[in-house]
Design a protein. Structure first.
Length: 99
């Protein structure tokens, strides 16, 4: 699946069950459910889950917590637009998986 297909999936009632928790977190975030997105990001205890977790705290307006999760993910603190970061994370996650 590419980014266009992932964005089309935002019209589904639920994310695809076989997706990673990090990808589900982005799906829920795009569907304005920050809390469920956060739960899925926390459930994936690796660099990808931490990257999404960092993005979510940045979006929430908690830069110190976001910085912690960027460090945990091995990524620099993002400074661009939230939508640009969402796209970058989604593209990276999609490239790692066969959805």
């Amino acid at each position: 699946m590419d980014i266009a297909g992932f964005k089309e999936s935002l019209n589904l009632a639920l994310p695809v069950d076989t997706w990673s928790d990090a990808l589900k977190a982005l799906w829920y975030d795009a569907n304005d459910d920050w809390h469920t997105a956060h739960t899925h990001a926390q459930a994936q205890a690796d660099s990808e889950g931490s990257w999404v977790h960092a993005y979510l705290h940045r979006k929430e307006g908690d830069p110190s917590n976001a910085a912690y999760w960027y460090r945990h993910a091995g990524r620099p603190v993002a400074t661009g637009s939230l939508s640009g970061e969402w796209d970058a994370i989604a593209q990276a996650l999609l490239a790692m998986t066969s959805v």
